[in-house]
Design a protein around this ligand. Sequence first.
Ligand code: PRP
Length: 187
Amino acid sequence: MDMQEYQGRIKGVLITKEEIRRRIAEVGAEISKEYEGKPLLLVSVLKGAFVFMADFCRAVTVPCEIGFMRVRSYFDSTVSSGEVEILMDLDQDISNYHVVLVEDIVDTGRTLSLLVERLKQRNPLSLEVVTLLDKPDRRVVDFQADRVLFTIEDRFVIGYGLDCGELFRNLPDIAEYDVDYAAEVTV
Ligand code: PRP
């Protein structure tokens, strides 16, 4: 993708880095208050949540550990159930931790509902989900994150960790991807 198309594909900023920073400070303070004095493990699912995790964990002012996972989900197109394969797992037993899953987006809800079930089988002291973005209009399975920083309409979002074809993760704001972009033809 050349530079002209790269910039043309960025339709506009939906949520600025300042807005993100403010909400992270608020929710980080909530988490810090709720889990003070408790063994806390923040868990992120790569790759999308890596930018959010980096900022969110620094808004948590109580002691906490950080863990990462990579998963791949498979779904049957005719039913909403599926399976989640853990490609990279946590390197610790979570039974002695309060686990906060730090996700970038809940879309159909399939990934998170499956992952939460899998993690609950490992008997954490508690488990909750914090998501940067929630797209309730896209939901296929009944899943609700415990804390949502921003609820958005059904738009193709990129930036701040979210990608399109592995690009745009490094945009500092959350932007909309222009699916209809066409290079201008000059004659
Ligand atoms: C995104 C996001 C969630 C999932 C949400 O990951 O990080 O894990 O999709 O979608 P769902 O609610 O429809 O299940 P993605 O598969 O884009 O991978 P990435 O994080 O590596 O970009």
